[in-house]
Design a protein around this ligand. Structure first.
Ligand code: SPV
Ligand code: MG
Length: 433
């Protein structure tokens, strides 16, 4: 009997998959190569359901003889191991994010006279459309919460964009760039920044906006988005308060918090030692991390320890010693911050840290060392990059410019080129009409 290979992510089985599998059975015994999280991570398509749950569903189908893992978005390894006579697939990969693997499949099959059979997909069952429908359904708090940890494990790097209201949340969710090779670039998650949430409420970044107010903003953002969120919890406050904050965030579906090792009146890190700021002791801060880990209800929630040693000029050795201690206290990740224009001290920290610890996720906030690309961060061993304030910083100058133009010209005509057309803003939000 001929061997047929069908490659699937299989998060949501739909008519398109059934058509492919039905057709595949006409050619022989069907082996499904089921994508692992890592395979999905390579093309920005990390499955929502666990591998075993997806496998269980496929194995119940009479059309499927066997389900094996496909560990990469490239079919190469499985095809070379299995040497199938046919690969059957929906033709949507002629245009989607997998198009670079199509020719590779054709070339590999040709080595033993295998053939690619493509099933026409109509627009209503294309992956893109299915995904859009799925996004419209929204996401549960539990699924959203667990997603960030999964993305960090599956992807070479996780890109997080700052959001401060629902509209900026929609931008983080929908912004998309397609490269010449067909790779779709998107943000993976949102950053609830203390700086921009405070600033958009007209308050200084000194822990003056309380958790209730921050939670209300998150609720509004979560109503219209599905991306996971990392929350900037400043110092975490008093340990007893931090325990409540964690439970509040988990209830909302936030994936994790970053707390910074400062004490007393917190000021924004980008001031460095230009203002009075005090670093907490390793002992106190480790205690806060331990209490937080003990307080969390879910398994997946992350507590990331943010080290301010470089910001406060306490030195590299201090930063490394703190990283070690905070991980021992239970931190799920380390954020190392710097306000230097160049990335030298961040690079040194990551290299020295990675020499001792290959697994704990490292997060960076390249506001000042902004020349470094995500590809370079991957090379270095960074797992998460947070663009921590750019949405608000982009919006404010435009608004200021338009306000001044109206005053100066005593009318709004001159400001029009800096404004989105009214027709466009009316159609910006789906469901407005
Ligand atoms: C924030 O976004 O509020 C941060 C990052 O904490 S920074 O402003 O660089 O300190
Ligand atoms: Mg902050």
């Amino acid at each position: 009997m001929n061997k047929v290979y069908v490659s699937l992510i299989g998060d949501l089985l739909h008519a398109g998959h059934v058509r492919v599998l039905k057709e595949a059975t006409k050619y022989g015994a069907v082996t499904v190569g089921l994508w692992t999280d890592k395979a999905g991570g390579e093309v920005n398509d990390v499955p929502y359901l666990d591998f075993d749950a997806r496998k269980e569903v496929l194995e119940t189908l009479a059309m499927v003889s066997e389900v094996i893992p496909q560990e990469s978005a490239s079919y190469k390894a499985n095809l070379e191991a299995l040497k199938p006579d046919f690969v059957v697939r929906g033709d949507d990969w002629k245009t989607n994010n997998q198009r670079k693997y199509r020719q590779e499949v054709i070339d590999i099959l040709a080595q033993w006279g295998g053939k690619l059979v493509e099933i026409p997909y109509s627009a209503e069952i294309s992956e893109a459309n299915i995904k859009e429908q799925k996004n419209k359904l929204g996401i549960t708090a539990t699924a959203r919460l667990g997603r960030l940890r999964k993305l960090i494990e599956a992807k070479p790097i996780v890109k997080i964009l700052e959001v401060h209201n629902a509209l900026s949340g929609l931008i983080a969710e929908n912004a998309e760039e397609t490269t010449a090779e067909g790779e779709v670039l998107k943000f993976d998650a949102m950053w609830s920044s203390s700086l921009t949430d405070s600033t958009s409420k007209g308050k200084p970044d000194i822990e003056a906006v309380d958790t209730t107010s921050r939670a209300n903003t998150i609720n509004e953002i979560f109503e219209v988005t599905t991306l996971p969120m990392m929350y900037d919890a400043d110092t975490g406050g008093k340990t007893e308060h931090f325990e409540f904050t964690i439970k509040t965030l988990e209830r909302l579906g936030v994936s994790g918090v970053v707390i910074e090792d400062k004490t007393g009146l917190k000021k924004n890190s980008l001031f460095g030692n230009d203002v009075k700021q005090t670093q907490d002791s390793i002992e106190n801060f480790s205690h806060k991390i331990r209490a937080g880990k003990a307080a969390q209800v879910t398994h997946d929630f992350m507590i990331v320890a943010r080290i301010e040693s470089l910001i406060l000029e306490a030195g590299m050795e201090d930063a490394l010693a703190r990283a070690k201690a905070y991980i021992e206290a239970g931190a799920d990740g380390i954020m190392i911050h710097s306000r230097h224009k160049g990335p030298a001290e961040i690079i040194e920290f990551v290299q020295k840290f990675r020499a001792q610890n290959q697994h704990t996720p490292i997060l960076v906030v390249p506001t000042s060392f902004n020349t470094v690309t995500t590809d370079e961060f991957i090379e270095l061993g960074v797992n998460v990059v947070i663009y921590a304030n750019h949405m608000l910083r982009a919006a404010y100058p435009s608004m200021m410019k338009v306000a001044q133009s109206i005053l100066k010209n005593k009318r709004s005509l001159e400001a029009e080129p800096d404004c989105m057309p009214v027709k466009q803003i009316l159609d910006l939000i789906p469901g407005t009409r």
